[in-house]
Design a protein around this ligand. Structure first.
Ligand code: WTA
Length: 633
């Protein structure tokens, strides 16, 4: 793969990629190792939808991410692991050692009975075994479904059931800052009544006491003792499923986004190279958790497919001190630093002094992902972390897109604060009006859709293809609908405005308002609730819940606590509302629909003009909610 090196070249390549997408992607795909070359580059239609890339091609992504680098880079470090506790030794693995670790893990999985096509749920902290487990699944053709280790037992249960997973990989516990969490007990609770789970593989991390189910639970340390240190890679079809990753939408429970082997690999690798302008030998640190798509594509697959050195960090930015990120950058001489606006904003609050304690001269490129980066955070990042000499890429993409779709290319195309930038080659964005009219030309705002498939577009939602069609391909026929609003400026740069559906983005984590409302509804004190997002200084968006209580429950702190506990139990601590207001009723129209725009205004604290409320059954409720909201903080 050849790097794009000037703006002019970007424009030429973009043009070529749009005119001849199949030729364009075929040329890129040529640079990978295929067991058998594809017969056809692309088959697609968005009505069903049915998208296939590199049709008939055979490969294994781990051969591309590991084996093919052994000859030239066998002794180069592939993975650096920085532990939560800085007194614990760092671990690093060369490409050769990574192959052994992944092979051994793969052989353990085989010994457990995992077969090609089986779904394996992984619920682990950010330890090297998380990387090995993920790649081991890919090695033997099992489908990994990683569950972020901040989700509750009930969220795990939903995912395990939906994916019909027979195997789970977890650890005794996890370290996170000064906290110690017992993951195994959460898994035990999650699968207590799922008979289909054959085995739980347990990795030792915290060495604490854990409950043990003799028939079901297996110790990784026992199984790994006598396995071979090489495992042949399973030959996979281009369109075999590589992984499922659950994400929230505007309706129902989280859905399992399906990505397949060939297209995902090509796109993750291509975007990593181009966006970060990766140069041989560079050390890349993406601060995301592998439990989110960012970690999948830009901690593991993208960097490894390019033979880069990737760093994974177990801890949090504020432990043991608020300078931890910068300390790690200095310690490992990080060259590419990819993080989230919410992290920048939270660290900005401590001023620049903690940053200046360290030598950050190794950093050459900065990246941001998860939500639009506000100007203040952008400038702080630029000045204090990048010292004014590092390009910043603001990368827009989604779990469903598998890789970055709109961005600048570090140092090649010019960045503008609060703008994601330009479409990647092969990506055809289009704007539509809410009614579905295409909006041509520049200096326009609209809903963001994509008109043509790129290699890592989601293929389905696991177990329910119709849901995939309805969610992404039916609102605007023949287009993939992103759910985001966007502005296209005079020269064709894109500025992402935010979600236009009932999804809120809290610290870069997606939640459906309905999903949180359902969780609140599980509390016995609650009759009904409505959840909206509101602007939050650190998190981007905060969660504001309006709750109607059953008559015999008191609107007090205790009830509030119990509801928050219910949400933590049903989804996880990450979905806790920032504000919770008890209300006597909700603003509903005669057809029973909650008028959310009113609640959003109230949550924003902007009640000067609530618009027409005459269609509400009981307009007087608005006044009460508005007045009570002033007391909430
Ligand atoms: C938002 C994360 C603006 C957007 C990779 C999208 C962004 C959702 C950006 C996907 C960005 C992500 N600028 N908004 N650079 N990156 N988003 O699936 O609303 O967790 O639809 O994927 O995050 O979130 P997801």
């Amino acid at each position: 793969m050849k790097k794009i090196s000037t703006y002019q070249e970007y424009q030429d390549i973009y043009q070529k990629s749009i005119e001849h997408p199949e030729l364009f992607w075929a040329e890129i795909a040529e640079s990978f190792t295929w067991t058998k070359k594809w017969d056809k580059v692309l088959d697609w239609e968005f009505a069903t939808p049915d998208v296939k890339w590199f049709v008939g091609g055979k490969l294994n992504i781990t051969e591309n991410c590991i084996d093919r680098h052994i000859e030239t880079k066998g002794d180069q470090v592939a993975l650096i692991w920085e532990p939560n506790d800085e007194k614990e030794p760092v671990k690093s693995y060369t490409y050769r050692q990574l192959l052994t670790q992944v092979s051994k893990f793969a052989n353990v999985l085989k010994k457990m009975g995992v077969q090609k096509g089986d779904r394996v749920c992984i619920y682990l902290p950010m330890i090297p075994e998380l990387a090995f487990a993920t790649l081991a699944c890919a090695r033997i053709g099992a489908v990994h479904s990683i569950i972020f280790a901040g989700f509750s037992a009930s969220s795990i249960r939903d995912r395990v059931e939906d994916a019909q997973a027979k195997f789970i990989i977890t650890s005794d516990g996890m370290f996170r800052g000064s906290k110690n969490l017992n993951l195994k007990s959460i898994v035990d609770e999650a699968i207590a009544d799922i008979a289909a789970v054959a085995h739980v593989l347990v990795i030792n991390r915290t060495h604490e006491e854990i409950a043990w189910n003799k028939e079901r639970d297996l110790k990784f340390d026992d199984l790994v003792k006598d396995v071979d240190d090489f495992c042949e890679a399973e030959t996979m079809d281009s369109e075999d499923i590589l992984f499922i990753l659950y994400t929230s939408g505007s309706t129902g429970k989280p859905k399992g986004v399906v990505h397949t082997c060939g297209g995902y690999m090509v796109y993750a690798a291509y975007t990593f190279l181009q966006v970060f302008q990766y140069e041989t030998g560079e050390i890349h640190w993406c601060t995301a958790d592998i439990g989110w798509v960012t970690g999948h594509s830009y901690i593991l697959y993208g960097p490894l497919a390019n033979g880069a050195t990737t760093l994974m960090f177990e801890g949090i930015p504020t432990y043991p001190d608020v300078d931890r990120f910068w300390k790690v950058c200095e310690k490992h001489r990080v060259n590419i630093f990819y993080t989230a606006p919410t992290a920048i904003r939270s660290l900005m609050a401590y001023g620049e002094e903690p940053v200046n304690r360290f030598d950050l001269s190794s950093i050459k490129k900065l990246g941001s992902v998860g939500e639009p980066i506000n100007e203040e955070a952008y400038h702080w990042f630029d000045t204090h972390v990048g010292k004014g000499k590092c390009p910043i890429v603001d990368t827009w993409w989604q779990t469903e897109t598998g890789g970055i779709l709109i961005t600048t290319l570090a140092g090649v195309t010019e960045s503008k604060p609060s703008y994601a930038g330009y479409p990647m080659p092969g990506v055809k964005p289009c704007l539509v009006s809410p009614e579905g009219q295409p909006i041509e030309g520049n200096d326009k705002e609209g809903y963001l859709c994509i008109e043509f498939p790129w290699p890592s577009i989601l293929r389905s939602t696991y177990g329910d293809h119709e849901r995939c069609r309805i969610n992404y391909f039916s609102t605007y026929p023949n287009r993939y609908f992103t759910g985001d609003g966007v502005y296209r400026d005079e020269i064709g740069r894109y500025r992402i405005i935010g979600r236009v559906d009932d999804v809120i983005n809290v610290s870069g984590h997606r939640f459906g308002t309905a999903e949180i409302e359902n969780a609140i509804g599980e509390d016995e004190a609650v009759i009904e609730s409505a959840v909206v997002g509101f602007p939050h200084d650190i998190k981007g968006q905060g969660i504001y819940a309006f709750v109607i209580l059953e008559p015999h429950h008191q609107a007090n702190e205790e009830t509030k606590k119990s509801i928050i506990q219910t949400i933590t139990r049903v989804i996880g601590p990450i979905a806790k509302p920032d504000k919770l207001q008890f209300v006597p009723g909700l603003p509903k129209t005669r057809s029973g629909k909650i008028m959310r725009r009113i609640l959003r205004k109230i949550a924003e604290g902007d009640t000067s003009n609530l618009g027409d409320i005459s269609t509400l059954i009981d307009p007087s409720i608005v006044e009460i909610i508005k007045e009570d909201a002033k007391k909430i903080n």
